[in-house]
Design a protein around this ligand. Structure first.
Ligand code: UDP
Length: 383
């Protein structure tokens, strides 16, 4: 059934779709893509809720990039709509702009400020730290204790089940602090969403006569059966690939609750964060950015969980060390069997959507450079 495969791809998320599309279009390879879920697009999957409203099934994916070439490449598969990623945080009973900006500082400290006086204010409250080694030190060094406790501490504890001092500086360092009134979550050049959604975008990548997609199919079911002539791309959890031989890498999971409303919009912006109230961390009304027009709306409440689907690698030193040992195994597997590990779970690293697509394009380049000669083994092993 699965003979004549050049490239086997485990996972129909952004990485799997991009590598499959490139291999089929550029190299003319026959590609088999398998995914244990019943849909493509991985965590970018954005189905239509029974109310008729498009939702982001696994949490919001706010597409942004500074890379013109990347946007051009993706534009082969979608048109775009402009998007306004505005987030507010519920602090002291008020919805304040987040990331912290000039307006946030004015409302939090209750006095008018300009960029100069706001900079002086932060200089007066921050705790200078030369080289922050964790997220607490990072934030204290930037905005001081009062803002840290109001905006970061509770959110981070809920999100990760860990104290910020037990997480790498980059966890909270992802979020900027601004001395202007820019209310956007990120400052990237392009902030757009695929007009028909991510599932349509990635689905179009796979619509190629050389690509076969098998859904609802765990990798374990094909890994012993299919012998691709050129290479395998694995995008699942790296520890699972090796049967957890070195122990389990920790992942943070999430629970999503979708609440429909018979109103066009119910939130003032796409996302509200709750650092100090409730069990959930944020409520997301993604309709603010999908460009959909509909009389109803849906708000998704996200509650972090210790168990469940692996969504976030947990960035802290002990986990980095364990991953480094898995990475050694992965390198040997690449050398021996031409299995390439790519993506958030396979590289145990937090990537945004644009970053993971760049990573997939790099992975494809490596495969093209190193795997153009067929592997000597037969395509199909006797079942
Ligand atoms: N964070 C926080 N308060 C917030 C939002 C974020 O302390 O209101 C911290 C938290 O630790 C989070 C990290 O900053 O995990 C990165 O936030 P981001 O919004 O980028 O997380 P993502 O949307 O990728 O889950």
């Amino acid at each position: 059934m699965f003979d004549d495969v050049d490239l086997l791809v485990c996972g129909a998320g952004p990485v799997g779709c991009v590598v499959a599309e490139r291999a089929a279009s550029v190299l003319g390879w026959r590609v088999l893509v398998v995914d244990r879920r019943r849909h493509v697009a991985g965590n970018c999957h954005d189905p239509v809720h029974p109310s008729g409203v498009r939702v982001h099934r696994y949490g919001p994916h706010y597409f942004r990039t500074n890379d013109d070439a990347l946007l051009r490449y993706l534009s082969r598969f979608t048109e775009w709509v402009p998007a306004n990623y505005e987030v507010r945080s519920l602090v002291r009973g008020e919805l304040l702009p987040f990331p912290i900006n000039l307006t946030t500082l004015e409302r939090f400290f209750g006095r008018p400020l300009d960029p100069t006086t706001a900079g002086e204010l932060l200089d007066g409250v921050r705790t200078p730290v030369a080289e922050p080694v964790n997220s607490e030190e990072y934030v204290l060094g930037r905005v001081g204790r009062e803002l840290y406790e109001a905006f970061y501490l509770g959110y981070t504890r809920k999100q990760w089940g860990l104290h910020p001092r037990d997480l790498d500086p980059g966890v909270c360092g992802r979020v900027p602090v601004r001395l202007d009134r820019d209310p956007r979550y990120v400052g990237h050049k392009h902030q757009v969403m695929p007009r028909d959604g991510f599932t349509a975008l990635f689905g179009r990548m796979l619509r190629h006569r050389k690509i076969r997609v098998v859904l609802d199919c765990p990798f374990a079911e094909v890994r012993g059966l299919v012998r691709p002539r050129r290479a395998t791309v694995y995008t699942g959890p790296v520890d699972e690939y090796f049967g957890h031989a070195l122990g389990r890498l920790p992942y943070r999971s999430l629970e999503f609750e979708f609440v429909p409303h018979a109103a066009e919009f119910v939130q003032p912006c796409v996302q509200i964060n709750y650092p100090n109230d409730f069990r959930f961390t944020r409520s997301v009304e993604v309709k603010h950015v999908t460009g959909q027009r509909h009389p109803h709306t849906v708000v998704c409440y996200e509650t972090p969980a210790a168990t469940g689907e692996p969504y976030y690698p947990v960035p802290r030193p002990a986990n980095r060390e364990l991953y480094a040992r898995y990475e050694e195994l992965a390198r040997a597997e690449t050398a021996r069997r031409r299995v390439f590990f790519c993506g958030r779970l396979a590289q145990y690293r937090y990537f945004n959507t644009d970053e993971v697509i760049q990573e997939a394009l790099r992975c494809f380049d490596t495969i093209r450079r190193t795997c153009t000669a067929p592997a000597p083994s037969p395509t199909v092993r006797a079942a």
